[in-house]
Ligand binder design. Structure first.
Ligand code: GLN
Length: 290
């Protein structure tokens, strides 16, 4: 079986299964199986796959046809130019979340962002660790980071990512700030992309998300705002004065989350849009001690 024949077959099978971006996914799976880059493919599309490679390719196409996310088959997702391990225990990193990371990096660059010797960063609902680890990877000021998550299985993935990318960070299990209870630690920045979908809307999501992303990474309870409320109410106790809280939000949550933040002592509350022009990030500076 030649590469080009396998690719055409994979593409057709994915199209029949109504997989969006069938051609692209057929390509990614072929690359995953053979290790052949797109550039090399074009120099020799008549190259022949081994029997094992063809069998593996067909099996992956079958799984993808059943709407298993591509990333669960390949086990990775690129985010901020870095490769993250993923599995069914973590939310697959989304490109929109890069807006949150870029905003955090922008703040960390500012002169007025002064603190001790190191900027202390906390990432709540860290999942794969993609947010915290890419902020630590790219930030130019000395920084140290902690990621927390309720799911021990998610933290295993985050720790594996930290080790693979050689980024030192600590990961702790607990419900939001719970496991920090006994520390005196105060942070310069709290980041979070919490679950923010209304419970009733989960059933209407596409199959890849609804059945394969962990529900606990999606479900923001009845009004979708549960975690914003809980985090905003408690953040004041964990931020140093002048520290920042940054959230990823759903497209229709900017107003609710900004007013929540203003009510809880945050100033300069700003909204950032994503590449599609939708509200995506809300952030503000903590200025009032209780
Ligand atoms: N922080 C992780 C991410 O943005 C996980 C978010 C979540 O589980 N809601 O990918």
């Amino acid at each position: 079986m030649k590469l080009k024949e396998a690719l055409a077959e994979g593409r057709r099978r994915l199209m029949d299964a109504e997989i969006p971006d069938a051609g692209l996914d057929a390509w990614y799976l072929l690359e995953f199986v053979t290790g052949i880059s797109r550039a090399r493919y074009f120099t020799d599309p008549d190259q022949v796959l081994s029997e094992e490679q063809y069998a593996a390719y067909q099996e992956h196409i079958t799984r993808r046809s059943a709407h298993i996310p591509l990333q669960h088959i390949t086990g990775t997702q690129e985010f901020m130019g870095l490769e993250f391990s993923v599995n069914e225990n973590v939310l697959i990193p989304r490109q929109d979340t890069e807006i949150l990371v870029e905003q955090a990096l922008e703040i960390l660059k500012r002169k007025d962002f002064s603190s001790g010797d190191k900027a202390k960063i906390l990432d709540l609902c860290t999942g794969s660790g993609c947010i915290l680890l890419s902020v630590l990877y790219y930030c130019r000021v000395p920084a140290e980071g902690t990621g927390s998550d309720l799911s021990e299985k998610a933290l295993e993935v985050a720790r594996r990512n930290a080790a693979r990318l050689k980024i030192p960070a600590s990961f702790i299990q607990g419900d939001l700030f719970e496991s920090l209870r006994d520390t005196e630690e105060r942070f310069d920045m709290i980041l979070s992309n919490p679950p923010y979908i209304k419970s009733a809307e989960i059933a209407g999501l596409q199959e890849e998300v609804r059945l394969h992303d962990p529900v606990m990474a999606l479900d923001g309870r009845e009004d979708g705002l549960y975690f914003y409320r809980a985090i905003t109410e408690q953040s004041g106790s964990w931020l140093r004065e002048g520290g920042y809280l940054l959230f990823e939000i759903g497209y229709d949550q900017a107003e609710a989350v900004s007013s929540m933040m203003r009510e809880h002592g945050f100033d300069d509350v700003e909204i950032k849009k994503d590449l599609a022009g939708l509200d995506r990030v809300v952030y503000g500076r903590y200025s009032k001690k209780d």
